[in-house]
Design a protein around this ligand. Sequence first.
Ligand code: SIN
Ligand code: MN
Length: 269
Amino acid sequence: MKFTQNQIQQYKEEGMLFLPNYLSKVEVSTLCEELSRLPEEIPGRMMEKDNQTVRALHGIHAYSKIFQGLIQHPLLLEPAQQILGDSIYLYQFKINMKAAFTGDLWPWHQDYAFWYEEDGMPEPKTVSVGIFLDEVNQFNGPLYFISGSHKEGLIKFEVHKFIEDVGWEANVSANLKYYLDHETITRLVERGGIIAPVGCAGSVFFFHSNIAHASVPNISPYPRKLLIITYNSIKNMPRSSGNPRPEFLVCQDYTPLQPVKDDVLLQQV
Ligand code: SIN
Ligand code: MN
């Protein structure tokens, strides 16, 4: 599946392309059932501040043939290849749980700040795909994107000062290590405005690694599970020496991905 020239143009202009109802209800059910079958205690699990609510599950594809199939789904992989114009491999796979009542915020940030600083990724040549596993509405903490902000490149960011060394968790907690200050956000929003895609489960957005984004806490009774796959060009592998982040945050399997059949999530397993 390829995007039209108009869709590519919109992605390039806004840094994000929203596709309501992109995956079917059956495909979403397959993904949600698989999630409920997988082990809860995995090394890439991140808790909220209350230490009781799961905030995110990183690298969970390693436990699941169905999630492996999703990564190679032609509806996701082929447009990502088209945008990047290269062979691509899986950089990151995660599910942000944003639980009802207790799911916490994500401060304003650009993803590339983390991938550049922590992993030594040479260029912002990734495409991330967010898949709604629940309906996303105005109440349950939709992602906010600042349209066109990716065109600024990597913007000067603030660094959160942690009292103790919290390791990789600093990259995914509600106190994000690298974040954008109020002045920057005000300037970017004045120019591009905020887009907050909402829609039914199965809706999808593709987004650029330099688009500024954030989300508010979920105080509603509706959970907001968002699965995010990041694809990277095989010409853009991280160059970090020494101490790479854990495999569940930065995949070290650089095998180029090949699309599988588009009914991959519909087959009985
Ligand atoms: C969110 O799930 O609301 C934030 C996603 C992200 O920045 O990775
Ligand atoms: Mn992000």
